[in-house]
Design a protein around this ligand. Sequence first.
Ligand code: ZN
Length: 301
Amino acid sequence: MIQRFHSAVLLMLAAMLIAASASAQDKQQDKLKAVATISIIGDLVKSVGGDRVEVTTLVGPNSDAHVFSPTPSDAKTLGAAKAVFINGMGLEGWITRLVAAAGTKATPVVVSAGIKPRQAEEGGHHAVDPHAWQSVANVKIYVANIRNGLKKADPAGAAVYDANAKVYLDKLDELEREVRDTIQKIPADRRKIITTHDAFGYFGQAYGVQFIAPLGVSAESQPSARDVAKIIGQVKRQKIPAVFMENISDPRMMQQIARETGAKIGGTLYSDALSDAGGPAATYLDMMRSNVRELAKVLAP
Ligand code: ZN
């Protein structure tokens, strides 16, 4: 009798478990599959997409999008995506070939569309600076483009995407105020620093900080001894107070510049990628707060 009761209960439990896992699987499959090229954009797509979207990022935390080489598994991920979000402005030189290899039907959404590109100099000629996310005002445009892209890929979720985008845009307003307040407390003549590559031009334009970098906007080339000597001269002449590391770059060149000029070594700035989930820059909002905190720590009197 007890035996029979047991097996009945077990059968019932088994049936319930199967039903539960099937419905969890349905939920997973119902989610809109989205791909973002870089971790910063992936975080924005998550914020706007919420529970309706499953986001995969191709270039992971602390990784360099400029020198990324996609694998066959990236092509597979892209092939399964219903929505694809890229930065554009020449950041992802590898994306066109990857889209072709993946045979994806999703047209990539260029999240920087509508932003006035900053012109930079690279190896003696002009280049477009792709690091537009370093200005919060630009990221508001990113969020609008992501919202519109999600609505197009999943019209049934339109109201959810509108609501999530609105909540996130309010957070960006608050972030922007914080960034301005903190930078304003640094005396104007101390607002100049060295970073490895030219990734903070939009930040500099928006908030009034001068960034000097031995490497250009694409971070691809190796600086020559002459480039480094030139920077060392500039640091001394302009009394630049500090050099900062970047999470995606080799720190040795910056350490050398600090040694030879007596400039302070600042902390790590997050330029092109977020930190790991446990790090100080796991989301875009945290990344900007962490960068501004590190700048203020070294530059504020
Ligand atoms: Zn970069």
